[in-house]
Design a protein around this ligand. Structure first.
Ligand code: ZN
Length: 166
């Protein structure tokens, strides 16, 4: 069994759409970035890639590449999932913490889990998503950005090292 850890943070900016866990959330500001800046999915991808001993998402999806401009991070997550499958890894569980002063994340957690569950073929009860604030301290607390931290557990599928179809 292998554990991976991922962390990401993005700046909040007026005029951007806020997308977290593949869910569009009504908010005066959205996260700034080259893709849809879905900080939650970015941290999740880094946790999965890290657990598999692979390079980080900046290596797989460089922000200089026009084809990733405003792309849905759910598509990037799908790519990462396929990379893990190629290496014969299965995901055991993932645990996500989002740090945002606002908006309230709680009402959207179930939809986020549904999105992630579909892409990773992982039952929703194996996906934890918690929301926290930064108690009004620092850049997160002042609402300048949103951060996410993710721990993921994966293991090698037994007895099917060369079975590409699994
Ligand atoms: Zn990111």
């Amino acid at each position: 069994m292998y554990i991976g850890y991922g962390y990401d943070v993005h700046r909040l900016k007026k005029g951007r759409k806020l997308v977290l866990g593949g869910v569009g959330i009504q908010n005066p500001k959205g996260l700034d970035g080259h893709s849809d800046a879905d900080v939650l999915l970015h941290a999740l991808m880094d946790a999965l890639l890290g657990a598999a001993g692979l390079n980080d998402i900046g290596h797989f999806f460089p922000n200089t590449d026009i084809k990733y401009k405003n792309i849905s991070s759910l598509l990037l997550l799908e790519y990462v999932y396929k990379e893990l499958k190629k290496k014969n890894y299965k995901i055991n569980n993932i645990d996500i913490t989002v740090i945002a002063e606002s908006p309230k994340i709680y009402p959207f957690i179930d939809d986020m889990k549904t999105n992630i569950s579909k892409v990773l073929n992982l039952p929703k009860q194996r996906i934890g998503i918690k929301a926290s604030t930064n108690e009004k301290m620092g850049f997160l607390g002042h609402g300048n950005g949103i951060a996410a931290m993710v721990v993921a557990s994966i293991s090698e599928k037994k007895g099917c090292r060369n079975d590409k179809s699994s």
